[in-house]
Design a protein around this ligand. Structure first.
Ligand SMILES: NC(=O)c1ccc[n+]([C@@H]2O[C@H](COP(=O)([O-])OP(=O)(O)OC[C@H]3O[C@@H](n4cnc5c(N)ncnc54)[C@H](O)[C@@H]3O)[C@@H](O)[C@H]2O)c1
Length: 320
């Protein structure tokens, strides 16, 4: 039974802890700058409160470290955990800046630790179904339209330059990974636009759009913003990500929990009822990470995926 230690015990740590217990792992405990947050996590999921991140990383009882803090501290904790030879699961983005991502890739390569990124949206049932549609032989996707829309959350640490990085970093990391997972390959050309439509100048941005041309001649159009609300983005709408692809004479559109295909004969809709942890891909991502800790070879977003997303964010920003 693998034991997980959490650095950062806020909202997302609770989600991962629930998934770990579901798949037979246990929670060794947590460290948080706010001790009360570590207390809430361990009260709910077990384990002990660590008084420092160093103490947690050094504990021989900890098999893997989940880094669930704000973005400014991800790279320091990756280095600390790797220094103790621990496997790492790092929440997105891999770091606040491209230089952090490059450093993380070097650390993972030189230490040889197992490493996974928190790109859960790959594993929602709707996106898994869309991936199967895309991978069916016969014709290639010519165009993809993707949107990633949340309820507002930028007016806190996420929207600032120092700890969050704004929509481009917070949501861009997810959508760039998801689109690259669906349509792998080199990105030849990048165009980016970002904007502060509702927020003041103390925040980075609240909306962006990007157009990517792949080497294979596909046009990928992405946009992300925080102008949704709970009914639209999460429950019951589940439109947080919505992706449509155009492939030969067919088209298909998917969200977290549905898949719709369109052909000359009409359209068909498939729905995938599931609980929140499965619908958003958290459950499957954690299941896979626990398998990697047992030495099983499973596909999982690694350090390259974190680096790829960071590189695309940087390329878009250069185009602004
Ligand atoms: N994959 C997803 O769907 C998803 C969803 C939400 C958040 N996230 C990511 O998870 C991470 C955390 O987000 P959250 O929503 O849980 O935030 P949160 O604010 O709810 O929790 C963050 C916790 O980290 C603690 N913290 C901050 N800096 C720290 C430091 N240097 N050392 C130790 N503890 C520290 C805070 O006290 C807080 O308890 C971010 O990287 C975020 O982008 C991912």
């Amino acid at each position: 039974m693998k034991k997980i230690g959490f650095i950062g015990c806020g909202e997302i740590a609770h989600i991962h802890a629930a998934c770990i217990l579901r798949h037979g792992g246990t929670v060794a405990g947590g460290f948080d700058l706010a001790e009360s947050s570590a207390g809430k996590l361990t009260a709910a999921y077990g384990g002990k409160i660590y008084l420092s991140a160093e103490e947690l990383c050094a504990d021989p009882d900890v098999d893997a470290v989940y880094i669930c803090t704000r973005h400014d501290s991800h790279i320091a904790y990756i280095a600390m955990a790797a220094g103790h030879g621990k496997a790492v699961f790092c929440e997105k983005p891999i770091g606040l800046r491209l230089a952090d991502a490059e450093q993380a890739a070097d650390i993972v390569a030189s230490s040889g630790i197992r490493f996974a990124m928190g790109f859960n949206h790959r594993y929602s049932p709707g996106m898994q179904r869309l991936k199967r549609f895309i991978d069916q032989a016969g014709s290639k996707v010519d165009a993809l339209n993707a949107q990633f829309v949340t309820a507002p959350f930028m007016q806190g640490w996420a929207g600032g330059a120092e700890q969050g990085g704004g929509v481009f970093v917070c949501l861009g990391s997810h959508i760039f990974d998801l689109v690259h997972y669906l349509i792998p390959g080199e990105i030849q050309e990048v165009r980016g636009v970002s904007s502060r439509i509702r927020l003041g100048p103390e925040y980075e941005d609240d909306a962006f759009a990007a157009i990517l041309m792949t080497e294979a001649g596909q046009m990928l159009t992405l946009n992300a913003h925080e102008f949704g609300n709970a009914s639209y983005s999460t429950d019951p709408g589940h439109r947080i990500n919505t992706i449509t692809v155009f492939k030969g004479h067919e088209a298909a559109s998917a969200g977290t929990g549905h898949f719709e295909s369109f052909s000359a004969g009409g359209s068909t809709m498939e729905r995938f009822p599931a609980d929140h942890l499965s619908l958003w891909g958290y459950s499957e991502l954690n299941r896979r990470f626990l398998l990697t800790l047992q030495g099983k070879a499973v596909e999982i977003p690694g350090v390259d995926a974190g680096l790829f997303a960071a590189q695309l964010i940087e390329r878009c920003k250069e185009d602004l």
